[in-house]
Design a protein around this ligand. Structure first.
Ligand code: HEC
Length: 172
């Protein structure tokens, strides 16, 4: 919404208000403004704080930027080859089975299913992989410690929109 919209809107509102309340003869807009400068200023300020609030959609995340940065390197080393450099998967349709009947690595960027898993489940999936049930994902239990896994999850969760992140958080 352009800023002009709000100031125009508030002017019209105030004009109408004043007209009803205290106008025996119709003053010009500049007379309104002169008389009611304080009220006008107040309304514009109140509106602009509201506009500021509406635009601010950040949801508090459990991880730090440091974890995200460290996760980026770990992901490149261990996961990128299957899950893609932006955790977007490397195939166009990750729902379609490969020739051998197994499934390709899904995106982890919030566009697929990963956000249905709690933090604990995500840690577990990384530990045990998918080969135990005929899948292709290797187990990382012996390669990655708890901090590594948290950094990896932080990195791919950082692609999730606030909306997806919030749903994930609320599902806990
Ligand atoms: C050899 C390919 C491969 C590598 C390497 C790999 N994955 Fe996977 N990943 C998969 C596949 C395939 C699946 C789907 C389950 C299956 O079939 O094993 C999967 C599933 C997942 C899931 C569950 C997603 C969901 O939607 O439920 C997570 C989380 C995950 N991988 C994280 C990682 C992380 C983190 C790494 C790196 C440490 C990694 N994967 C490395 C292939 C891989």
């Amino acid at each position: 919404m352009p800023e002009g919209y709000y100031s125009q809107f508030s002017l019209i509102r105030i004009e109408t208000m004043l007209h009803i309340v205290n106008c025996p003869k119709t003053p010009t807009i500049s007379e309104y403004l002169a008389r009611n400068a304080k009220l006008l200023l107040f309304c514009v300020l109140a509106l602009s704080t509201q506009v500021g609030k509406a635009a601010e959609t950040d949801v508090d995340r459990w991880y730090s930027t440091d974890q995200v940065e460290k996760g980026s390197e770990l992901f490149r080393q261990h996961c990128l080859i299957c899950h893609g450099d932006q955790a977007q998967s490397i195939v166009a349709n990750w729902r379609e089975p490969l020739n051998d009947g197994s499934f390709p690595a899904p995106p982890l960027n919030g566009s697929a299913h990963a956000w249905h898993h709690s933090l604990e489940s995500l840690m577990l999936i990384i530990d045990i992989g998918g080969t135990y049930s005929g899948g292709k994902m290797p187990a990382f239990e012996s390669l990655l410690n708890e901090a590594d896994k948290e950094q990896l999850i932080a990195w791919f969760q950082n692609f999730w929109s606030d909306d997806i992140y919030q749903q994930w958080q609320d599902a806990k």
